[in-house]
Design a protein around this ligand. Structure first.
Ligand SMILES: Cc1ncc(COP(=O)(O)O)c(C=O)c1O
Length: 515
């Protein structure tokens, strides 16, 4: 256990020594200030600290009171009940202080500073090790610091990092070919940098299709409406939040982009009823991720294809989280449907670059009748000048992504995702406190039992409380909904790592279980 001793330079002075500290036996230290501390420091007490949060929280608290730190000494217990001091200086470069002061607070961050990763593990700046079962929210497909990714990054960076899309580059062409191959149906790729942008391209395509191919309505207006689903998540741009089926992402950003209608998930009848003469497409995550890990059913996906065919609509899959191997198949939807289903667009990001930012939108090669240009293919509808992005598909991003694809293939990681996912599901399903384990492959939603509901406090959900305690116990996970924890480990996670994670989760649930 460690504590901090502070000597501020102004606003009185306070010195916190051993007799100000009460350990609660849980790794937490309760600091109580002494008499020499002046009134302006009243914000400081009582504060619970846990290393490494202690120094940053202390700095923030001091910042609020107007104190400036001259020096800090860190004191640590030997574990035998006495404190052994060693000097340490904390200055303005303290990471959490930098964030507090300079970074827009759009994220509710966990209070650890990660500095290093290898495989399925990461380390914080205090040297504590964590099993990373969030993998950067389904991004680090090969885990951290995979040698083949490093080699590809290094090799391509020495050749050519960026040129813009004014020119041809080999890695972009090869990666497009690779993506079309895994879909198994003819199409073309538009490259971008993120999931929101991948969806944006699909949404713009649908608008163009509605404007130029599907015929004006009797009143002369084009078709433009896209159906999406409750609990869905499609990104944080204006189009992304308008498409998303969760109120919380929209609040305060009105007016939203018009033309999105949200329907109950897995309810074909609701879709049939919602189709109007304005409808132009249906956008769906085959497994909803942020919304709580809810898979679409086989019947639902096949039914959507049928409805799209009947009404001349685009079927647009958002595979940003569930695609590219995570469900145990290159194409997430193929892990769900039991017969051939060809979508009209597919959006990818996250795992596609193994951590290097990249987004991609597959567009089907299927004939459409442009009102202006006669017959053409859907994948050629976005002509020069209609859409673009400076960074989309740089040689560096594409060469790295190609290395990720090759490694997934050569190391058998799709099969590993399937096997380890099945194994994890079996182990998790029998843990006390778990109501249900949803999902497939390495995209698992662990729903906690209703007995954890009372943990909700101060705007924090029970899943957040569980994620924080799990982190303290050495396992990183991602909440998805009030009672759901998500496991999204690297695709090369081992069975031993799953066992370790299961036992940390079991310990965590036992610790936080309301009694
Ligand atoms: C299904 C889905 N779509 C879109 C996005 C947005 O991706 P990005 O954050 O890369 O813009 C996400 C991100 O979590 C997602 O899970």
């Amino acid at each position: 256990m460690r504590m901090i001793v502070v000597t501020p330079s102004k606003v009185g002075s306070f010195v916190l020594l051993e007799d100000n500290v009460v350990g609660n036996g849980n790794g937490l230290v309760h600091l109580i200030q002494k008499g020499s501390v002046q009134a302006r420091t009243k914000d400081l007490q009582p504060i619970f600290f846990e290393w490494p949060k202690i120094k940053s929280r202390f700095l923030l608290a001091l910042g609020r009171t107007g104190c400036q730190l001259k020096s800090l000494a860190l004191v640590r217990t030997s574990g035998k009940g006495y404190f052994r001091p060693f000097p340490m200086t904390i200055n303005a470069s303290d990471t959490l202080t930098l964030f507090e002061e300079f970074v827009v607070p759009t994220y509710g961050r966990y209070d650890i500073v990660l500095v290093r990763g290898r495989g399925s593990r990461v380390w914080d700046e205090a040297g504590k090790e964590y099993l990373d079962f969030g993998a950067g929210i389904a991004v680090s497909a090969l885990g951290h610091a995979h040698p083949r990714m490093i080699e590809a990054l290094d090799r391509q960076a020495r050749e050519l990092i960026h040129t813009s899309n004014l020119y041809y580059t080999r890695p972009q062409g090869e990666l497009a070919g690779q993506l079309v191959e895994i879909v198994g149906a003819p199409g073309k790729i538009f490259f971008s940098n993120s999931g929101a942008e991948a969806n944006e391209a699909a949404i713009k395509l649908a608008r163009k299709f509605g404007n130029e191919c599907s015929g004006p309505l009797p009143d002369g207006k084009p078709r433009f409406e896209i159906l999406t689903f409750h609990r869905s998540f499609h990104g944080r741009t204006m189009a992304g939040i308008s498409a998303t089926g969760q109120e919380k992402v929209k609040h305060g950003f009105e007016p939203l982009l018009p033309g999105f209608k949200h329907l109950p998930f897995n309810d074909l009848q609701a879709v049939e009823n919602a189709i109007s003469s304005e409808t132009v497409g249906i956008l769906i995550e085959p497994v909803q991720g942020e919304g709580g890990v809810y898979p679409a059913t086989n019947e639902f996906l096949l039914g959507l294809r049928r409805i799209c065919d009947q009404h001349g609509l685009l079927l647009m899959l958002d595979e940003i989280q569930c695609g590219l191997g995570r469900l145990g198949n290159w194409c997430g939807w193929k892990q769900i449907v039991n017969e051939g289903l060809v979508p009209d667009t597919i959006s990818w990001a996250k795992g596609i670059g193994g951590g290097f930012p990249l987004g991609a939108t597959w567009i089907r090669k299927t004939p459409v009748h442009s009102l202006t240009g006669g017959a053409m293919d859907l994948c050629d509808l976005l002509q020069p000048g209609t859409h673009g992005t400076t960074f989309g598909g740089t040689p560096l991003a594409c060469a790295t992504s190609l290395a990720v694809f090759k490694t997934i293939e050569q190391e058998g990681l799709i099969e590993n995702a399937r096997n380890q996912g099945d194994y994890a599901k079996r182990q998790l399903s029998v843990l006390p406190g778990i109501k249900e384990v949803r999902g497939m492959g390495l995209m698992l939603g662990i729903e906690l039992g209703g007995e954890f509901a009372p943990l909700a406090a101060d705007g924090k959900t029970p899943s957040h409380v569980a994620a924080v305690r799990s982190m303290r116990n050495g396992l990183l996970t991602v909440p998805a909904g009030p009672l759901v924890l998500r496991w999204l480990p690297p695709l090369n996670v081992s069975q031993a790592e799953i066992d370790e994670a299961v036992s940390i989760l079991a310990k965590t649930l036992d610790e936080i279980q309301p009694r």
